[in-house]
Design a protein around this ligand. Sequence first.
Ligand SMILES: [Zn+2]
Length: 379
Amino acid sequence: MRKTAAVSGLIILVLSSLIAVPVNAATKSGNNLSVKQKIVYVALTPAAEPDFWTADPVDSVTTNSDGAQLNFVKMAVSNAMEFWTRASNGKMKFNPPTFFVGKAGTAIKHCASSADVKSAMKIAKMKSIPVGTHLVVANINDNCGYAGLGAFSGNTVNLAVLSSGTLTHELGHNFGYRHSSSLYCKNSDYAKFDSKNCSVDEYGDFRDLMGNDDWCPKATLSATQRAITFGTPAAKDIKLGSIISVDESRSKSENIVYQLKYKGVWYFFEYSNPQRELCTYLGGMSYTPEIQVRVLGPNWTFAKGDSVGPMIIGRYEKELAAPVIPQEKDGMIMLPPSGGWILRGFKAGEKFQLPGAPFTLGVFTTDTGTATFSVTKSG
Ligand SMILES: [Zn+2]
């Protein structure tokens, strides 16, 4: 689901399965990532706007043609397929999509996703949805309050918003993705790691559009998300005490994410250069290279949302004992924003006690494209 308060029973199913299997979670029979995927797109039409999908309105200001809605959604489908091909390192393959437009009156103002799916199957003349096929149903009159609704490891997507970002996000749920979440413990102090002291923002990871970033041509998922669900590439196990070099998370390298498990909780480490990787600009964020730490589990964190995935650790610099962002870089003075820097990663020179585990992260270097760090036993 995308940016909404509404809740889907389908996505709630996630919780029991995600706790035990963070790496390469097996998909249910509704989908199978090893077969070629196919998008069947059914555009439902409002009664009042019979030519909604095919009209070609001309912008009165620029006098440019805005293009038909149908062309717009074909572009969104192409963008989403390109995104998932890239995020899976080519593991995911797609057959050409097909498009159907329902006759006027099929886009009904109601909140009935499964009725819309049924109506779409009729329009596409489908008796069932084959494994690997994703039936995408666009109903711009849907009034459920969500932009889109995917089915965890399933094969349907309901859309009220027609953008590339919404379609890409919902397909992610079909492929087995949970949300890119964030974690924050009071006063940026992670020593007390429990449900009372810490909060989870289910969509809080700015890194990708399973969280709160949007779609753009260069968009990918965090290396952690890719490792957990697709294994493209799989995360490498950390050897305590050794110096680890990690490459930029959007690069083609196999060295983009490391993992550590302690008492059922997974810790993931990746390099990020937010300035290069994000599609949207966020004020107050530190935009210099860093090591990002994401945590999957423990159980109380999953209970803080409908589909909580890996949570990026967030801090506020003003709450730390000492500043970590250099005040001067390459001879330029870097003034912090008025509210202080928002930190979503760890900079060279930092040490950080991992929440809920007796290990310490030490970051040595954060250069352009690569960083070095180690994880050692605390004490
Ligand atoms: Zn979602």
